[in-house]
Design a protein around this ligand. Structure first.
Ligand code: GDP
Ligand code: IMO
Ligand code: MG
Length: 419
């Protein structure tokens, strides 16, 4: 058996959490492979809304096992708050949430370092989520990190050494901070973490595959935030692309099955960095208002724009996406016309590929399509789709060379149509 991977093709917040929840009944296990509590994955069903940060989005469906893989960075304090909230609402996690011993720990001083580095960058700041993601992955790569498995042996000593190193850096940056409360809460959460099943997730996942079990890997962030291929340096600190599932779970490349690429019918971005199709007019405001485009972790307003097919083609190539999922088309239900960027104009020359630098001088070339002007939110089958909507789907499939197999027409689990 192979694993399937579900990941974002844009700048994050495509709706990954919702679709993982919808697909979970078809799988035995759901596994997160990268990122950390910078993610905010929203699920809505039976009138309830949940936002998950570190816990995979398969946690609400029956008794499915969910795994936090080695590629994830975990903040015990945020994890404890998330897990306790779920347990309080009647979801028992302890038995079915497995955490890799090789996942790296986000320390309170990583969070402070994140803020200090951002402050030092001034106007050039990335606009991070402030969760300590960059400093934690930095420590991992520079071989200074602490891992979940470390909490089981001599943890106090290892923690004290790492903290002292971080405090030296903070001193050199002349950054003022107060660690006392954060640290107290964090150390209590490390004890809480010990109650969970800590595993070598690479063995667990490969054994599942040998036993013909079905695994769905859940990505966080999006392809355009990938550390290698995103709009560097305005990116996150992990590989968000499909290859991240191999390194973040210990799955060999020849064990990757279907790759579900998710995108919104338009485009959003939160934080700083280039965004070629960004709209600064009422249309952008209308998308933001109708799409409730405010960050699920930070509450920040998301920047909105038209769909960018140049960036999407690039993302499909990098991920080897086999199936596409289009989200939030309902947000465009009232629009007379809809635009799609099919190429970029750079120095007067039209290009259809994603260039090295998208910081400046990129002018989107748009194709305009008729809107469907129909409230689609209660539709339950593709037979009900308006003609203009089908034309939009066909246009996208032709441009992207990949079939759109699921369409999401509202935030609820039930507002999902397969084709
Ligand atoms: P994720 O990070 O990719 O899981 O996405 P987020 O949860 O951060 O953001 C997606 C937002 O859109 C959430 O508020 C979802 O409840 C909402 N959402 C998901 N699918 C749809 C949809 O088809 N239509 C509308 N209107 N909202 C949706
Ligand atoms: P989900 O999984 C959208 C963005 C931040 C910032 C940049 C770096 O919900 O789609 P970081 O804290 O990772 O160092 O921030 O990446 N970012 C996201 N944007 N959705 C996310 O996750 C994001 N996670 C990080 O806004 O621009
Ligand atoms: Mg999100």
């Amino acid at each position: 058996m192979k694993v399937d991977v579900l990941l974002g093709l844009q700048w994050g917040d495509e709706g990954k959490g919702k679709v993982v929840d919808v697909l979970t009944p078809r799988y035995d296990v759901i596994a997160r492979f990268q990122g950390g509590p910078n993610a905010g994955h929203t699920l809505e069903f039976e009138g309830q809304k949940y936002v998950l940060r570190s816990i995979p989005s398969g946690i609400f469906q029956g008794d499915k096992v969910n795994i936090i893989g080695n590629g994830v960075v975990l903040d015990p304090a945020l994890f404890k708050a998330e897990a306790e909230a779920l347990e309080a609402s009647g979801h028992n996690l302890k038995e079915r949430l497995h955490i890799s011993k090789k996942a790296h720990l986000i320390l309170p001083t990583h969070r402070i370092l994140d803020a200090a580095y951002e402050a030092a960058k001034g106007d050039a700041k990335v606009g991070t989520t402030g969760k300590g993601i960059g400093p934690t992955y930095t420590d991992k790569v520079s071989r200074n990190g602490l891992r979940v498995g470390d909490i089981l042996h001599n943890f106090e000593e290892k923690y004290a050494q790492t903290k002292a190193r971080h405090e030296e850096i903070l001193k050199s940056l002349n950054y003022q901070y107060d660690l006392t409360e954060l640290e107290k809460e964090w150390l209590a959460a490390v004890e809480f973490l010990k109650q969970f099943t800590l595993v070598d997730s690479e063995h667990e996942i490969n054994n599942l595959l040998v036993n013909d079990k079905k695994v769905l890997c859940e990505g966080a962030q999006g392809t355009m935030l990938d550390i290698d291929f995103g709009s560097y340096p305005f990116v996150t600190s992990s590989n968000t692309i499909c290859a991240g599932a191999c390194t973040g779970l210990g799955v060999a490349p020849n064990k990757i099955g279907d790759v579900y690429g998710i995108f919104k019918a338009y485009c959003t971005r939160v934080g700083a960095g280039p965004f070629p199709t960004e709209l600064f007019d009422e249309t952008g405001d209308k998308i933001c208002t109708l799409g409730h485009e405010f960050g699920s972790v930070t509450g920040r307003k998301r920047r909105c724009g038209w769909i960018d097919l140049v960036a999407l083609r690039y993302a499909i190539m990098l991920n080897g996406a086999t199936k596409l999922i289009m989200m939030k088309s309902d947000v465009l239900d009232t629009f007379d016309t809809i635009k799609a960027c099919v190429a970029y104009k750079v120095n007067g020359e039209e290009i259809d590929y994603f260039p090295y630098d998208i910081t400046e001088g990129i002018e989107p070339v748009y194709v305009e399509l008729d809107g469907w002007k129909t409230d689609m939110t209660s539709m339950r089958s593709e037979n009900e789709f308006p003609e203009e909507f089908n034309a939009y789907l066909s246009f996208l499939e032709e441009q992207l060379g990949t079939p759109i197999t699921i369409v999401s027409i509202g935030p609820d689990r039930a507002q999902t149509i397969e084709r």
